[in-house]
Design a protein around this ligand. Structure first.
Ligand code: ADP
Length: 261
């Protein structure tokens, strides 16, 4: 646990007054968000709400028009070694030949430093991580030959061997089968059990309660953020998703009267 000067645990991520615009159009407006160390947090909101942009703003991959972001009480630049990123499925174009095992082994480079090469121990850890996500049979395969969902499982295996404390994941469950979804949930719980923080852009509202501790509901502005029990309410979801709510039935644990078939 990383503590601030006062001795209190530093937030994993603290966002203040963040505004991001692509050209003239603000896509995130005056966002405040505190993510607790050791939590599993879902970022939800309709398409175009700015979820991916929020992750990219934390990683300094997009410029901020205004606001401040701290990671473990420090600017991202000073904390980047603590942060791992699993990008959206299919968003990485692998045009150079690299095996699945090599991609996972890359996760060990940070702790090995410049001189040491990954050895037997690192290879064993990498294979164990691949087993956890059900990809051990693909270890020697070229990463470019895998489907987007399989590539994403390889990224998760890399997260397991990485010494990062904060994992930012963009829709890790997108388009995966039920077995893979279970494996991913297990990975997230394992990361949490070792004290890591996981933040996922998440699409499936019906699994928010089961999978996550905290939720941030976003639609350009931050609608609500906090423990799932407090923030994940029908009212907040209506604010974020507007009138398109039939799919909310049963999602928050409340029935939506009159929205049934
Ligand atoms: P979400 O992840 O919630 O679907 P995004 O963060 O991907 O939303 O996008 C938020 C808004 O910003 C969308 O309207 C999208 O079209 C726009 N946008 C995203 N990336 C760019 C970009 N590189 N240039 C211009 N507009 C962008």
């Amino acid at each position: 646990m990383i503590r601030s000067e006062s001795g209190a645990p530093a937030p994993a991520i603290e966002v203040n007054d963040l505004t991001v615009a692509y050209g003239e159009q603000p896509v995130l407006w005056d966002i405040d968000l505190t993510i607790r160390q050791g939590s599993l947090t879902a970022i939800v909101g309709p398409n175009g709400a700015g979820k991916t942009t929020l992750i990219k703003a934390v990683l300094e991959l997009v410029p901020r028009a205004a606001g401040r972001v701290e990671v473990l009480g420090r600017p991202y630049r000073e904390a980047r070694g603590e942060v791992a990123y699993v990008p959206q499925r299919g968003s990485v174009d692998w045009d150079f030949p690299t095996s699945v095992l090599d991609v996972v082994l890359m996760g060990t480079y940070g702790r090995l430093g410049w001189i040491r090469r990954p050895g037997r121990r690192e290879r064993r850890e990498a294979m164990e991580a691949l087993e956890k996500v059900g990809m051990e049979a693909f270890a020697d395969r070229q990463i470019s030959q895998l489907s987007g969902g399989q590539q994403q499982r390889v990224f998760l295996a890399r997260a397991l061997v990485q010494e990062a404390r904060i994992h930012l994941m963009d829709e890790p469950f997108q388009g995966v089968d039920a077995r893979t979804e279970k494996a991913i949930v297990e990975v997230l719980r394992e990361l949490r059990a070792r004290g890591d923080t996981v933040v996922c852009v998440h699409h499936a509202l019906q699994t928010v309660r089961e999978y996550f501790d905290e939720v941030a509901i976003l639609n350009v502005r931050m609608i609500a953020a906090g423990p799932v029990d407090e923030a994940f309410t029908e009212q907040n979801l209506r604010l974020a998703y507007g009138g398109r709510v039939p799919f909310l039935q049963g999602v928050t644990g409340f029935e939506v009267p009159g929205d049934g078939p």
